[in-house]
Design a protein around this ligand. Sequence first.
Ligand code: HEM
Length: 409
Amino acid sequence: MNEQFQAPPGEPLFNPWSPKFIADPYPYYHRLRAAEPIHLTPLGFYVASRHADISAILRDKRFGKDFKGRMTRRSGAQILDEPVYRSMSHWMLQLDPPDHGRLRGLVVRAFSARRIEDMRPRIQAVVDEIIDRVASRGFMDLIADFAYRLPVTVICDMLGIPQEHRQFFYTGSRNAGRLLDLAPLTEAEIKEQNVYNLTMVDYFNTLCEMRRKTPADDLTTHLVQAEEAGDKLSNDELTANMILLFGAGHETTVNLIGNGLLALHRNPDQLRLVQEDPSLVPNAVEELLRYDSSVQVTGRTTLEDVDDIGGVSLPKGTPVVSLLGSANRDPAVYADPDRLDVKRADIHPLSFGGGIHYCVGAQLARIEGEIAIATLLRRLPGLRIDNIEQPDWRQTFVLRGLNRLPARW
Ligand code: HEM
């Protein structure tokens, strides 16, 4: 065991609410993998930390989402009457077959490899425009001024949100990710999420109405036409999945760009390699996804008794949290896993999940990440990040990212 693998002394095996854990979860993951790869937490759920177990869980039909059952067991059935959870219960991300496949099938075409490839010039133009706005200033917050604007613009484009409506989306809340966190929300947080959710539902209903009257070449029109064609999806499912696409489409990609730029700047030798040879950028993005994934966790529940994962008996109805960020640093798969190596071969990060819920937007996120990082390195080569040793991490665990990342050039 090398020194990086030493356990932080005196800390519980799994304590994702401690600021130390949030600042650097990886030593904790190494300890979990070595000590108890399928670990029962005091909160009653298990955490899986080995690559092999997580890959198996994500592809195993005996593990499902069971969103309603999970929420009811955690907070009581009345929680599902809250508007935000009612809406979430329609997200494809939270559904098991057959409803999952029915809803996913309606959107995947918009994310086909060819369609996403065709978006490259538009993504490049958005990145150039963002840099044009700040280039003469000499400083910016890489999160608010750079990383955030790109994916929000791209998902607004895909959904066909008119330019004049976009201000709300650019200034919108970044708290929606809290909904996915392992710690239940407080009453005040639920109220805040209800307000946000109802505002979004209202907005997307208006947009759908516009597209019913005047169809366009966008994802909203496609979904509205599917709704009108018969029993493919209900109005609640329609708006709920637009909210999911909007949230999933930007929060995660903001953090891919933010975490990625931080990691490169903390490893100047690797930064230099990509600066000198931009053809390394696609592989570097894959490595950055592995090294510090913007999604650290995904949850499943056993739909029947399971006793062949990691040698532990998991009765039906047991919640199991898969630590994707830990799988990505598993030394059984990656040599010297804590080293950022932009030339690493055979990187297959679990950052986009696996199995039937594999991220719909994976290829889009990769291309946004590639173009954002390559263009920034090319156009602002002297950029330096302030406070690189103690960056301002958001105090959330499932979605890993920074509040701000001030930089100057
Ligand atoms: C770096 C960026 C991204 C990361 C790390 C990421 C990660 C993930 C992960 C881990 C899942 C699976 C969750 C599970 O197994 O429960 C997922 C699902 C999903 N992602 Fe992403 N995502 C990213 C970007 C995007 C983008 C850009 C979009 C859309 C524009 C998107 C849309 C979705 C949707 C709709 C699902 C649900 C798929 C399903 O349940 O079948 N994601 N994502």
